[in-house]
Design a binder for this molecule. Structure first.
Ligand code: ZN
Ligand code: ZN
Length: 431
């Protein structure tokens, strides 16, 4: 363990990134990851908050089944996650760390910590495979760079701990579970961690800043989204002898899927609807008594997304009635739409001036077209309270696109990212 107040180095950030890369964990089941982050922060003299108060239970979405969570927790313990932290987490992942808990909260930063259900490439061209830090877990991989985000968050915590006595306000770091599928942010926001915040900052490696030395100061145009599962339960019957006695779940689901995709679109902006999977039935000669669809809607604004989702809900309920189905709709994730504020875009641009990694000609004030990220939930919450928010894209060349099995980024972006965020936080603290 290094001294708490020695400055963060590129070597340390790379080592941290690779450590978390190896221990890739699924969204809302990041037990090893959370415990290890807590241990690092504690070594800096901070008192991370873990457990039930990190997120509001009724606002958690897309939770894995209990047996999956228990298995993930047991695996984390087997892999050496600090026991004391696992016990304090009490089955809940994610954590919150205040740099100056004695002062009112001012700036909040979000770092997402989950991996993806992606099988990592074993190809020798893939650096994590070649250099021995590929995911230990079959079918799970940090293919979106959140391992880098964790390293940046821990690096920033170390830098801020070094200057904590001169801070005039509290700086709060959220290490958020379940960003993929937009599952974790709403529950952390609902738990009150943004209350009183004046500024909110999130950052992502790569995305549309997929060149070394590039920077998007404040992304815009994130889509609001709702992720939901629909389960139809009907009645099985002999398909030849007495099909009239069945209630066909497969037809109900198919009919709902077609009608959802046929919804009239909203005149105020972009909208999307996707039924991504549909599984139904048990055999060729049996009227299907069960169907499960996984779906999502998106919208350029929260209102447009709500329009799409509410109309899907109506179609699902009416289709269920038409086909005599019992139907259950479960919310699995969701995010608002949000845009970065000009006020903070200016602060980011100014803060980047003293970080040589970011080249002036490759710095954009804004760019758009990123899909969805549930950092928009705390962004919108802070904006609603009169504060401002920004979402940075940290430039790095990529080995492959985000979510691909051979995704990798240039680790040289880690230290400049810490320096940039530190400059931003200190500028806001002094303003
Ligand atoms: Zn992602
Ligand atoms: Zn991501």
């Amino acid at each position: 363990m290094t001294e708490p107040h020695s400055p963060i180095t590129q070597e340390r950030l790379t080592a941290l990134r690779r450590l978390f890369h190896r221990h890739a964990e699924a969204g809302m089941a990041e037990f090893w990851t959370t415990a290890r982050i807590a241990e690092e922060l504690e070594a800096l003299g901070l008192s991370p908050v873990v457990g039930e108060t990190v997120s509001l239970p009724e606002a958690r979405m897309g939770m894995p089944d209990d047996d999956v969570l228990r298995a993930a927790e047991a695996q984390a313990a087997e892999e050496g996650a600090p026991q004391a932290w696992l016990a304090r987490m009490n089955g809940v992942t994610g954590l919150v760390a205040d740099i100056r808990p004695d002062l009112p909260v001012h700036t909040v930063l979000r770092f997402d910590i989950d991996a993806l259900n992606v099988q990592e490439s074993h190809a020798p061209e893939h650096r994590p495979a070649r250099e021995g830090f590929a995911s230990l877990h079959e079918g799970l991989c940090h293919a979106c760079g959140h391992d880098g985000h964790i390293a940046i968050g821990l690096g920033l915590a170390r830098e801020l701990a070094t200057v904590r006595d001169r801070l005039r306000h509290n700086v709060r770091l959220l290490f958020q579970p379940g960003e993929e599928g937009c599952r974790g942010a709403r529950a952390m926001t609902a738990a009150g961690w943004l209350a009183g915040a004046r500024h909110f900052i999130a950052a992502h490696i790569g995305m549309h800043a997929d060149n070394d030395h590039a920077l998007v100061c404040g992304a815009r145009g994130f889509l609001a989204t709702t992720k939901f599962d629909v389960e139809f339960t009907g009645r099985a019957a002999h398909a030849g002898a007495e099909p009239q006695k069945g209630a066909n779940s497969l037809l109900a689901a198919a009919s709902a899927a077609l009608n959802m995709h046929a919804l009239p679109r909203h005149g105020d902006g972009d909208s999307r609807v996707t039924v991504g999977t549909l599984n139904a039935g048990s055999g060729r000669n049996v009227i299907a008594d069960h169907a499960l669809m996984t779906c999502e809607t998106r919208g350029a604004t929260t209102a447009i997304n709500d329009y799409m989702f509410e109309h899907c809900r109506s179609i699902i309920e009416h289709t269920a009635a038409m086909y005599e189905q019992h139907c259950r709709l479960r919310l699995m994730g969701g995010s608002d739409s949000a845009d970065s504020d000009d006020t903070l875009i200016r602060v980011v641009r100014e803060a980047a001036r003293s970080v040589p990694w970011f080249h002036d000609e490759l710095i954009l004030d804004t760019a758009s077209g990123y899909g969805s990220d549930d950092a928009c939930v705390p962004m919108a919450a802070v904006q609603k309270m009169g504060g401002d928010a920004v979402y940075l894209m940290l430039g790095s060349r990529l080995a492959a696109g985000h979510h691909a099995p051979d995704f990798d980024f240039n680790e040289d972006v880690l230290l400049p990212s810490v320096q940039l965020l530190k400059n931003i936080v200190l500028a806001l603290d002094e303003a």
